[in-house]
Design a protein around this ligand. Sequence first.
Ligand code: NDP
Length: 296
Amino acid sequence: MSAILIDGKQVAKDIKAELKQKVEILREKGVVPGLAAVLIGDDPASATYVNSKARACEKLGVFSEIIKRPAETTQDEVESIVRELNYRDDIDGILVQSPLPKHLNEFAVTLLIDPRKDVDGFHPHSVGCLLLGRPTFRSCTPYGVIELMRRYDINPTGREVVVLGRSNIVGKPMAAMLMQKNKMANATVTVAHSRTADIAGVCRRADILIAAIGQPLFVKVDMVKDGAVIIDVGINRIEDPSSEKGYRLVGDVDFDACVEKASFITPVPGGVGPMTIAMLLTNTVQSAGRRAGLEE
Ligand code: NDP
């Protein structure tokens, strides 16, 4: 039997429609949510990400500002941009687009972001609160995975979840969210990575398999348990001469084979991908709600 497709595009659309209503309520209270994105250098992928975040804000009635500086910008200059944004009343969320040029210390910049505006959830304060089970901004991609599962009634409680990948922005916070003692968590979590022995055997234990390793089509059908839920975070370009662009996007999972064995599966594109911006907007609107006194 073929798995149910998890339609991240639709869920992201639903979330944005819900947020739009919240933004209207905030506006009636005189609060316009604001997101600032700091973009240093001229990496085209970074520029594309930042522009699409700005466009998403615009559609929702969220104020957005892109602070663009050349690649030669110094550490002091980036830090003073962040400090200034911390103090601005019209800015509820600050994101510094990664990667920064090599001469800049990204961690030092992240440390300067006011945790109350850390809508990316990357500040150690946010990460620490996440681990401790305290309310905090959650890293947008894993937060999006939780939200997808919630909206498809996939409850991880008591289930074996295997997270492939241990990056600071996806794998680690994903595992931290799922092991919490709360709803949409309470899972038994295993984190696998490039040094994991018998990764196929580890994957086969998973009731819910979350792949975030950046290796095209890595998860083969014989690594998947019958009826498993498969969440594919990976976004990889592979050559495809038949496509106009010469490439196509695939996930970390061999979708065509695994769709026949899984109970639920996310496609790539159109699965987890669209959720990241939706959750960034969610965090930003929540932050503005706090400014308006509507949220704690
Ligand atoms: P990173 O490169 O930061 O981390 C990759 C992780 O995968 C590492 O922990 C690495 O292990 C592990 N890994 C790599 N190769 C293997 C392998 N052959 N076997 C087992 N583990 C392996 O990647 P990210 O977490 O940033 O991204 C992962 C994927 O998710 C990418 O395809 C990225 O494009 C996508 N992504 C999608 C997003 C979205 O949908 N919006 C957002 C963010 C990422 P080790 O630690 O041992 O090196």
